[in-house]
Design a binder for this molecule. Sequence first.
Ligand SMILES: Nc1ncnc2c1ncn2[C@@H]1O[C@H](COP(=O)(O)OP(=O)(O)O)[C@@H](O)[C@H]1O
Ligand SMILES: [Mg+2]
Length: 423
Amino acid sequence: MKVLVIGSGGREHAMAWKLSQSIKVSAIFIAPGNGGTYLNPKFKNIDLTDINLLSDFAIKEKIDLTVVGPELPLSKGIVDLFRFKNLNIFGPTQKAAQLESSKDFAKDFMYRHNIPTAKYRTFKMPDEAHQYIAEHGAPIVIKADGLASGKGVIVAMTVEEAHEAIDFMLVDNKFGDAGAKVVIEEFLEGEEASFMVVCDGKTILPLATSQDHKRLLDHDMGPNTGGMGAYSPAPIVTNEIYSKVMEEIISPTIYGMAKDGIPFTGFLYAGLMITKKGDVKTLEFNCRMGDPETQPILMRLKSDLFEMLYKAALGHLDSLEIEWDTRTALAVVLASAGYPESPRLNDEIHIEDRIIPDSYIFHAGTVYKDNKLLTSGGRVLAVTALGNSVKEAQFKAYEAINTVKFNGVQYRKDIGYRALNNN
Ligand SMILES: Nc1ncnc2c1ncn2[C@@H]1O[C@H](COP(=O)(O)OP(=O)(O)O)[C@@H](O)[C@H]1O
Ligand SMILES: [Mg+2]
């Protein structure tokens, strides 16, 4: 079977890596891929991002399954287009992807289906938004409605910051259409975790639990990033929390979408806030796997990822059981100088041949040019390792990092500390 993976990040490298372990898979194309997938003879990078050109490519190459990594092509309707052309693809339709591409859609959906989430109101008019903030005070959270590459949320600790965020989005239109509407929501306190499932429209297959670190610096300080590290499982998701999430969030979402006439096929990711009392609220939905959570999750997956996604795309997930490595997997992201504000590009990356057992280096912002591996983005690599405990996985991941060198590298030294505290 021939597979096409859409995307270029660490998540897509990990998907391709796992798909390549299936005996059913004979070829893997990645569009556009990165330096790491380019250098691996098992994969072929395809320099395309336009969804029409991708569908032409899939027809020409007789691709048996296309897997979509990032949200952008989903929000542009890549799944609708491929299905229209009778191509087999795993992911949500453009309408279903609104759970991620419109925060207002997601909040309205959650309210209608009684799914726990922060109280909110949506605004288009700056005056009304300012007035609401004046009435509710701080802390308060301002969210651009549309996709904003992880930069559209401002957790305002003061009223001034909240007003500024409104002007930024509704008056100065700094996010364009994505910020033409804003969701203002109640500030929630607790610990965050990620919960991902695979769905074929009806059947739900939960993936292993995970947690990521969004802040740039140790002890969760510094600016927000796309994610500086992650691990699986997340000890904070106890059996009790797990059942709660399935009953109160995941099942009503999947059934609610089906009931609303928008069946959800794809990866559904619920960003959770878990309070001290053990209540769980939905911070947001993503319609794809998280990055870097995918890297540790897929390192723990023992079952055939191709079979899972192929069956899900065909609506036959009910006949599948999956198996997980009971060990912990932990990923540490190596970012370029200047990340997240203005990542520096074109630093040469050296990776030693020495292999650290049970570890793998997934590429993201890398490119191979003139016989050199260079940085080409903010998050460069995710060094991922398996261990019998969080401590061991952490130790091995940091040992494997010693085999990588590039100028200006930034990485956290404490990935997994919350899991150590929770153990
Ligand atoms: N209601 C809330 N209360 C407290 N923090 C929040 C709230 N909503 C979001 N956040 C914080 O902001 C981050 C980003 O928000 P999220 O809704 O996940 O948007 P996105 O991932 O699209 O940027 C979350 O990971 C969380 O740390
Ligand atoms: Mg988020």
